[in-house]
Design a protein around this ligand. Structure first.
Ligand code: 13P
Ligand code: 13P
Ligand code: MG
Ligand code: MG
Length: 366
């Protein structure tokens, strides 16, 4: 029997600005899922990263299943009602449509799903990030799946000797899903040429070339493409299978030690380093810094183990200090140049009005 793993996440309201959901909201979400999802799914886990609530579900309905998406949508509606009752900020922030229509993709929530034939042991990683966008995973995935500097298995393990296929999406194309497939290692420079542009090209999924199986899947939503204006960042989730024909857990975690600079700090408009944080972490400095959490699970016959918190280890305390320093460094530059995102990323906000007004005040001399 095949198992489907689905992460569906949304920001449906938060305490004190964009910091974290309330305990009442999380409890309402869990209770609803437990009762309403009883006959639909095998198992679930609910967590939050910053102000985003992520549902991890295991079921047998396949990818994009209406029943599962409707369950997640209804769950977020119930959570939003609690958010409204408590006066939480941004209640229902990511629910951009009035009623459910078959699939939550394109309605605001972020989705990462894969259908797998479970291996006898099936370890996988559940990533959730806040104050950033799906391109934040580009560099870590490139390094984990193609670079022996991070993935020793590319040298040591025959199970990975054929490399991986990257499916990359052009997220600026709004007519449909525009994707390209490229193979590592022979297309490495082409993969890098696309993945350098985190706002336009995003890894959608990765497959093993040794056994053809899916290794990783990323949510690729761009909220401003749906809403036509800035409504919040596209805080992305990701599933990565590990060990065997896939990288080891430590090889997937390794690039997160860089704390690379990503989009999404304060009002989704600034550049900041991505900080690996513990489970259920909140947000603080300058509505950031951008954060990523990683929970490791095993699944067997659709049932999850308890999560192991991959960034809850003394090693990552040292990285968090480094990333905090990088965050301070770039913040010292305020709005100037590289510290703020380019105009194309801000154009859905109020700056358009400001620029229009200023444009009329320019004079050409001579
Ligand atoms: P074990 O020998 O503990 O299974 O470890 C193998 C491995 O993948 C280490 O990265
Ligand atoms: P979220 O997308 O996490 O809601 O953050 C919005 C924001 O603008 C924070 O400054
Ligand atoms: Mg928010
Ligand atoms: Mg968020």
């Amino acid at each position: 029997m095949k198992t489907t793993l689905s992460i569906i996440k949304a920001d449906i309201g938060s305490i004190g600005g964009h910091i974290k959901p309330s305990q009442n909201l999380l409890e309402a979400v869990e209770n609803f899922l437990r009762i309403e999802g009883k006959n639909l799914m095998n198992n679930f886990y609910v967590g939050h990263t910053g102000d985003d609530v992520a549902l991890l579900l295991s079921h047998n309905e396949g990818v994009g299943a209406e029943k599962i998406h409707k369950l997640a949508w209804d769950t977020f509606i119930v959570g939003t009602e609690v958010a409204k009752k408590q006066g939480l900020y941004g209640a229902g922030q990511d629910l951009l449509k009035d009623s459910f229509s078959g699939n939550v993709k394109g309605m605001g929530p972020a989705v990462a799903e894969m259908e797998i034939e479970e291996r006898p042991n099936e370890p996988f990683l559940f990533f959730a990030a806040d104050k950033t966008d799906p391109g934040a995973y580009n560099l870590p995935l490139y390094l984990s799946f193609t670079d022996p500097m991070h993935n020793a298995g590319l040298i040591l393990s025959p199970a990975m000797n054929k490399g991986f296929t990257f499916t990359i999406m052009d997220v600026s194309y709004t007519e449909g899903d525009r994707t390209i497939e490229l193979n590592a290692p022979e297309d490495l420079y082409d993969i890098a040429a696309l993945l350098r542009d985190n706002q336009r090209f995003v890894v959608e999924s990765i497959h093993s070339r040794n056994n053809g199986e899916i290794a990783a899947v990323v949510s690729t939503t761009r909220l401003h493409n749906i809403a036509g204006k800035y409504t919040g960042k596209d805080d992305p989730v990701m599933l990565v299978r590990v060990q065997g024909a896939f990288p080891a857990t430590g090889e997937v975690l390794s690039p997160f030690s860089i704390g690379h600079l990503v989009a999404g700090f304060m009002r989704g408009s600034h550049t900041g380093p991505l900080m690996p944080v513990k489970r259920n972490s909140s947000i603080s400095f300058f509505d950031g810094p951008p954060v990523v959490s990683c929970l490791a699970f095993c699944v067997h016959n659709g049932t999850f183990t308890e999560p192991a918190d991959a960034f809850d280890h003394p090693y990552w305390d040292h990285i968090r200090e480094k990333v905090a320093r990088k965050a301070t460094d770039i913040r010292e530059q305020g709005f100037s140049g590289a510290a703020m995102l380019p105009y194309s990323e801000l154009e859905y906000g109020g700056i358009v009005e400001k620029m229009k007004k200023l444009d009329t005040q320019f004079r050409v001399k001579g």
